[in-house]
Design a protein around this ligand. Sequence first.
Ligand code: SAM
Length: 239
Amino acid sequence: MFIAQIITLYPDMFPGPLGQSLAGRALREERWRCDAIQLRDFATDRHRSVDDTPAGGGAGMVLRADVLARAVDHAAAMAPGLPVLALTPRGAPLTQDRVRQLAAGPGVTLLCGRFEGFDERLFEGRAVEPVSIGDYVLSGGEMGALVLLDACVRLLPGVMGAASSGDDESFEQGLLEYPHYTRPFEWEGRTIPEVLRSGDHARIAAWRKSMAETDTRLRRPDLWERHEGARVQPPSGAR
Ligand code: SAM
């Protein structure tokens, strides 16, 4: 079973929306577990403080490394060997490759930040991987944790129907997926592309490939550049 441990000041936010739909069914089928851990339980003073003012001055509060480390150590004792990821806009962007790696493993421990974020020494004192879910700032790491877990859980064996788990999905081949259409055939004067009604599977596959390439080039030049770069590189050791 995939174990998700979430260290947070708001444990009631879990499983939240992941209790519904595919992820919710998978939770009930015990394909994964969702253990929310209250960070405040690892404070040692009578006010149960988890944060303090930023060294050097400035606005906001910073989550304390000692409190966070005690929570991380507790989580590791509960479920040894899980990778620990901290949600932070300062982290490396989460990718489908990283999600696949995580989903293939035993689970994940997620640290949700609040306020100004984490005391940086946490990343030196413990093996914690900083990860971002995008170039924007949320008010807390909980939404990011839900995003990351949703991406992992849908890849667990038996969670998705075979129909939607294909290699064509966005990012699997370094491209966006091709566009989809369904009935009605005509909607507000727009029709479904003729090729999709041809029954010619080779033509359909060629059209989908070309659309995936065009849309990636237009909408995500960064992905396209990486994809093209990988395509023209000779395999290592080929020279
Ligand atoms: N001061 C931080 C900065 O500028 O990088 C932002 C802190 S943010 C208000 C509070 C918390 O929300 C962060 O510690 C992190 O856990 C979470 N968070 C915000 N944006 C995020 C993102 N793009 N990816 C992952 N977590 C994010």
